[in-house]
Design a protein around this ligand. Structure first.
Ligand code: DP6
Length: 327
């Protein structure tokens, strides 16, 4: 081990084609492939320092000490790093988000992508992008998509070695905006990990999984051709199918709030009036309004005028996870 300390940054991502359900919950081998866009402007910055003086891993998020399941999840990923690097040293992990976490904007994606990069670099490992993506996946499935840059596809793969994400187009390929309408910033009651475990209890999950490859091909083609109308159709369908699975799981997972529906209806209205915008919702109540950059000012103004929209975060396509310091 040469380096002992490293800092990395990563962006969260918005899934255009959703990951929901695992074939292997422990390894986070997903039930279906997925496609996403990294979100520049929203950033997690994580420093990992292996320290011979520590006898347990320590974690702070936003300056607050974290114990229990949050720390265990971080230690679990660091255990993989330690095994690969052949060390037993414990680490101090400091992580900061410049956006609210636990509100359905996938803070776990940027968190585990940044942790995989900072942790492996601090342990002196020089992993390839595919290896980093696999490592991040062990912490949070969607995190594997925050390792490569821009528009990213996660091949579900057959096993741990073949399940990782790769970029299909760089961030500069298409100047889209994701306007995240925050309608509720309370921490969500059922996290994604518990949610994935319920997916197969829905009678609709098999039909969803079976129909993903077709939607994925349409979404990939829409991105590569920069065809926003085609993207709108498939993105909204895919989000609604995932929420249909969530709502018909046992127990039912209802992430939407009344305000979520208000925003979804409003976006439909604006589209009928000629605005190019579409909606997608992750495992939370907030609505991601996607649009070409030229429409973003108008969509943002309209979202902010809605009584239940508390804040609007604006993100553009983002680059890959990056190492910003290692020594
Ligand atoms: C609805 O990656 O957050 O955002 O692997 O348990 O951390 P864990 O789940 P996570 O699930 C993301 C679910 C989603 C859809 C998506 O991002 O593809």
């Amino acid at each position: 081990m040469t380096a002992l300390k490293a800092t990395a940054q990563a962006h969260p991502n918005i899934a255009l084609i959703k990951y929901w359900g695992n074939r292997d919950q422990e390894l986070r081998l997903p039930s279906n492939p997925s496609l996403s866009m990294n979100l520049a402007g929203l950033t997690t910055t994580t420093t990992v320092e292996f320290d011979p003086a520590l006898n347990a891993d320590a974690l702070t998020i936003g300056g607050h000490e974290v114990h229990g399941p949050g720390l265990e999840r971080v230690s679990h990923l660091l255990d993989h790093v330690r095994r690969t690097a052949g060390t037993r040293l414990c680490a101090r992990v400091d992580s900061h988000n410049n956006f609210p976490s636990g509100v359905g904007i996938a803070s776990s994606a940027s968190a585990f992508a940044a942790l995989a990069l900072a942790g492996s670099a601090a342990a002196g490992l020089n992993l390839s992008e595919a290896q980093l993506s696999r490592l991040a996946r062990l912490g949070s499935g969607s995190a594997c998509r925050s390792v490569p840059g821009g528009f990213v596809e996660w091949d579900m793969g057959r096993d741990d070695a073949s399940s990782f994400a790769r970029s299909i187009a760089p961030a500069e390929h298409w100047d889209l905006r994701d306007l995240i309408a925050l309608v509720d910033i309370a921490h969500k009651s059922v996290g994604s990990t518990q949610g994935h475990a319920l997916a197969d209890t829905s009678p609709l999950q098999a039909a969803r999984v079976q129909s993903v490859p077709d939607r994925l091909a349409r979404a990939r083609s829409a991105v590569l051709r920069r065809d926003f109308a085609a993207l709108t159709e498939v993105v909204e369908l895919d989000s609604l199918i995932m929420h249909a699975v969530m709502m018909t799981s046992t127990p039912a997972l209802m992430y939407w709030q009344p305000a979520t529906l208000d925003v979804l209806y409003a976006i439909l209205d604006w589209r009928r009036e000629g605005l190019s915008a579409c909606a997608t919702v992750d495992a939370g109540p907030n609505v991601h309004a996607l649009c070409p950059a030229g429409q973003a000012g108008e969509v943002e103004r309209k979202l902010r005028a809605m009584p239940d929209v508390r804040e609007v975060l604006v993100a553009r396509p983002g680059g890959p996870a990056q190492l910003i310091d290692a020594r």
